[in-house]
Design a binder for this molecule. Sequence first.
Ligand code: NAD
Ligand code: IPM
Ligand code: MN
Length: 355
Amino acid sequence: MTYRVVVIPGDGIGPEVVAAALGVLRKAAAKGGVNIEYEHCLAGGAALDQCGEPLPAATVAAAKAADAVLLGAVGGPKWDGVAPHLRAEKAILGLRKALGLYANLRPVRVWDALAPHSPLKAEAVAGADILIVRELSGGIYYGARKEAHVADAPDEAWDTEIYTAPEIERIVRVACRAARLRRKRVTSVDKANVLATSRLWRTVAERTAAAFPDVRLDHLYVDNCAMQLVLAPKNFDVIVTGNLFGDILSDEAAVLAGSIGLLPSASLGDGPGLYEPIHGSAPDIAGQGVANPIGCILSAAMLLRHSLDAKAAADAIEQAVEAVLAEGYRTADLYRPGLTRLSTEEMARRIEEEI
Ligand code: NAD
Ligand code: IPM
Ligand code: MN
């Protein structure tokens, strides 16, 4: 059979890291006997420029009909001034909604070769292995919001956070199932000392996890969690949290790994999955060929594993990444004297050769 993958390069470094990941995906798929047909689609600022809207209906239709979507990143200063409904970021929020992607898996792995280079103490981060399970289709991202003006000047604004018990139940179930395949611990993160949505979250998390007696559930307030993540990252196994907290904590957790350019993600629902690095379009380094493509390359590995049932090909990519890092190859974000500095493209080619 032939799988169909929609490819959305997006903006800034998006097209650079997607080109790199596609080379690696092609190599791993060919070697593993996985047949893939690719369709390139527009979204984000690139789509706004070409079609007048950040998420064209054709892109949504192609994504819905595909087996999986690989996305680079969207957004950038060029489009920061547009009306809220035209913002490049709307593309990604719209795609997540249209595909029903409620479970965002963000694995944070500290590769042995990188622990000594962490801004944190090597002994604190070496061996840390965390899976952040971020609720992706609800919460304050999708509640009603308002930006009111007085005499043409912005004057008052509000956003609302809504969570329902079924939304919390299904994401906590994803976390508990994932924990069963790992170290069987789930930390639920909320702000239940202040927020009503968080009190509901905690109650429903307790109730849901009770059906997984082999999994140990504990709770942390998000402010404490932010501290514990850098203080004692090895104490975490699976973290489950809402949309906004998961967004923030995963960028923080990227520091453990060494660079945000390393972190992949899978967004899953009941249909096709969407795979993207957790970083953005990095306008400060776009167009220079220096972006780290590993987050996007590992997203392609997650795509093979979760959407194309191709575990061996996914493993091959992850092993190649580990080997290339162990051999001292680095993009600019992780380069240190004595190691070998590679461009985005060179890093991708090195990983392809390793597969
Ligand atoms: P960012 O993640 O783009 O960049 C933050 C910092 O990390 C920058 O210094 C950047 O150079 C660095 N960085 C990011 N990816 C890197 C990589 N692969 N290799 C090396 N360094 C890397 O976050 P930002 O600057 O806050 O956002 C820029 C734009 O991206 C904004 O428009 C934002 O809305 C958008 N964004 C999009 C997504 C997405 O499409 N999923 C995610 C986050 C941010
Ligand atoms: C991410 C990004 C997005 C988010 C933005 C671009 C809407 O930061 O994927 O982490 O906040 O979810
Ligand atoms: Mn983010």
